[in-house]
Design a protein around this ligand. Structure first.
Ligand SMILES: *[C@@H]1O[C@H](CO)[C@@H](O)[C@H](O)[C@H]1NC(C)=O
Length: 175
């Protein structure tokens, strides 16, 4: 990996102009010339949090409160693996406030300045776990509750619901 690439990569996430992104991709030799492996291509903060959601769902907890506290614990734990990934302020603040050792510790105070899409970026696996029409109530509950563990503004946690719901629709082969 050359130095130029190493310096550039942390900033690619924050380029908002599509043509600029496409131009940079061409300069790297196009999509076929990229092998997305660490250390040059580390997974993002959102992927780390998505894995945390998946690990919690796979924990075998059946009680709802226990599952929500497990998700909270995984979110808190995964923030130790954010070196160089630039997690957003809402995720940093939210996970800091979670108290997975206490009853109800997955609920944080409302954040009037919350921003960001982090809740929507980590809930697709909820749509895989609760993928049938009969699972819909659980899908809604877990996507919203896990979303608002950090992003408790409606446009934050409803994004989490949308990601999970449309993943379940894909699993159901809905056209
Ligand atoms: C493909 O990527 C390598 C670095 O991984 C680079 O040295 C090479 O110049 C690239 N190829 C093209 C056609 O740009």
């Amino acid at each position: 990996m050359n130095l130029w690439l190493e310096l550039l990569l942390p900033f690619v996430l924050f380029i908002f102009a599509g043509p600029t992104i496409h131009q940079q991709l061409q300069e790297l030799g196009g999509l076929d010339n990229i092998t997305a492996t660490p250390p040059g291509w580390p997974v993002s903060d959102d992927t780390v949090m998505h894995i945390a959601t998946g690990e919690a769902l796979a924990s075998g907890k059946t009680d709802k409160e226990a599952m929500l506290l497990e998700i909270a614990a995984k979110y808190k734990e995964c923030m130790k693996d954010m070196e160089g990934r630039k997690p957003g302020p809402t995720s940093i603040l939210g996970t800091d406030l979670l108290q997975p050792d206490k009853p109800g510790g997955y609920i944080i105070p409302f954040n009037p300045t919350g921003t960001g899409c982090g809740a929507a970026m980590r809930s697709m696996c909820i749509g895989l776990r609760y993928s049938t029409p009969e699972d819909l109530d659980d899908l809604i509950m877990y996507s919203i509750e896990s979303g608002r563990m950090t992003h408790n503004h409606p446009t934050g946690y409803l994004g989490s619901l949308a990601s999970a719901l449309f993943t379940s629709y894909a699993a159901q082969l809905k056209p």
